[in-house]
Design a protein around this ligand. Sequence first.
Ligand code: MLT
Length: 215
Amino acid sequence: MTAASGPVVSAWPHLFTEGAAGSPVLISLHGTGGTEHDGVALARELDPTAGIIAPRGRVSEQGMNRWFRRLAEGVFDVDDVEAQSDVFADFIRAAVAEYKLEGRMLVVVGFSNGANMALATAIRHPELVGHAMAFSGMYPFGDRDLPGSLDALRVLLLNGRQDAMAPYASVTRLAQALAAAGADVERFEWDGGHGITRDELLSAREWLAGVAASR
Ligand code: MLT
């Protein structure tokens, strides 16, 4: 790719593991206040043989790492969601070139604020990242519609039905909007709140193995 890929990649704090030849590459995003180490831990739970790119969110909210600004809990600065997801897509492109990952299946995965960034990035750049797994994510674009056709996108949404931080109505709106735009959407729901359960991890592993096999 371009000569700029090295500086773009090295300027963004992240951890990288190559993984087994031909395995998916999980681009794994931590939640608010987390670090790249949380991203690695989640990715390893999903597929211990996968490649991993685990960056650190570069937006700070009172010292906590995040991926985009918010005006209040659950009220996002949507301009920033869009701008940050575009910058993050540039990082992914540069990392693919830097680490020679062309041809590998890219899956963006995240928890909470990381899930919302994962969703925003895949929805705005489905030609770059065709697969997204969102744990405790929600509709990331406020009152704006989803952009364009999403025929090439496969998404797994994993949510607790009583999650006050990712309200069920927002997740349903997201699932419906994704499906209407042509995306392949699966949902895993459980009775509970904000977090990642063992059953969700099992379901996510199954989904990941299925999409990797069908590729
Ligand atoms: C967000 O800001 O993305 C969500 O409200 C979840 C969180 O608190 O991080």
